[in-house]
Design a protein around this ligand. Structure first.
Ligand code: HEC
Length: 246
């Protein structure tokens, strides 16, 4: 079999180019991790990144709307009769239509809530005196919209695809077994596909949050493996005596 070109066959300029690229990508990857942590952490109002944070991001917190939580919790005291509460909850379950707001819900709010929950009160509280205002607390939280997921996923697929290609092209010069090499090279592509597919699946079933995490860990491991092996071999492996390239 014809001998393959390896890191020790590279000239200094080529080694420097590969090293610079790998280091820059590593910093970028660490930045991405910190960003991921700070933007998802505490979604579920508990410290640290957890499976619930991922679920909240993509699936949403569907146990109900903020309005329902409020009238069952901190605002319950202002409700004058339990029927009022049941009527508001029934309206929420119908998807909070505008007609129902005007005929049923608004009169209840006028009696019990608007002295505080309207712009006239001057309080920094959700404005419940208009249909637009109540929307912000009436909607069930279903996580990131499909539109946002589509935007994020095409950016991720293009970006990560190119980075995986760049790292793989460098790593092909490593002296490791062909099987391991192929695995480490292909894993990032498989992982990013699974990851992004799982974002969409998590929207309908929170179970897939585990796939999001597993795929992310595999992507990181495959890249770390390729980058560390490449950096080590670029600078610490000497060419064997019978090397036909030099
Ligand atoms: C005496 C004033 C007052 C009245 C009356 C009142 N609220 Fe509130 N409400 C507040 C204040 C202050 C807050 C913000 C502090 C908080 O969240 O506890 C608030 C917060 C809320 C929130 C937002 C909760 C969140 O998730 O951020 C909702 C929804 C709400 N109230 C609904 C109602 C409803 C429905 C009624 C009537 C049944 C009502 N409130 C009556 C003062 C009032």
């Amino acid at each position: 079999m014809k001998e393959q070109r390896r890191f020790y066959n590279c000239r200094l300029s080529e080694k420097l180019l590969y090293t610079a690229f790998l280091l820059l990508i590593s910093i970028g990857y660490l930045m991405a991790l910190v960003y991921l942590y700070t933007s998802h952490e505490g979604h579920d109002s508990k410290p640290g990144l957890s499976i619930e944070d991922i679920v909240d991001t993509y699936y949403g917190n569907r146990s109900g709307s903020r309005l329902e939580a409020a009238i069952r919790g901190p605002m319950a005291g202002y409700i004058q009769q339990t029927e009022d509460r049941d009527q508001i909850v029934a309206w929420l379950k119908l998807g909070s239509p505008e007609l129902g707001y005007r005929t049923v819900v608004r009169p209840i709010l006028e009696r019990s809530c608007l002295q505080c929950h309207s712009p006239a009160s001057g309080l920094k509280v959700p404005d419940l005196s208009t249909y637009q205002g109540i929307q912000t607390v009436a909607e069930v939280d279903t996580g990131e919209s499909l539109h946002t997921l589509m935007k994020l996923s095409h950016i991720h697929l293009f970006g990560i695809g190119l980075v995986a290609l760049g790292i793989g092209l460098i790593f092909r010069l490593a002296s490791v077994g062909e099987g391991l090499k192929a695995c480490l090279m292909l894993l990032p592509f498989v992982a990013i596909f699974a990851d992004i597919l799982a974002w969409f699946l998590t929207k309908s079933d929170p179970f897939y949050a585990y796939t999001v995490i597993t795929a992310g860990v595999l992507l990181g491991a495959a890249w770390a493996g390729q980058i560390l092996i490449s950096l080590y071999q670029l600078w610490f492996i000497k060419a064997p005596e019978n090397n036909s390239f030099n």
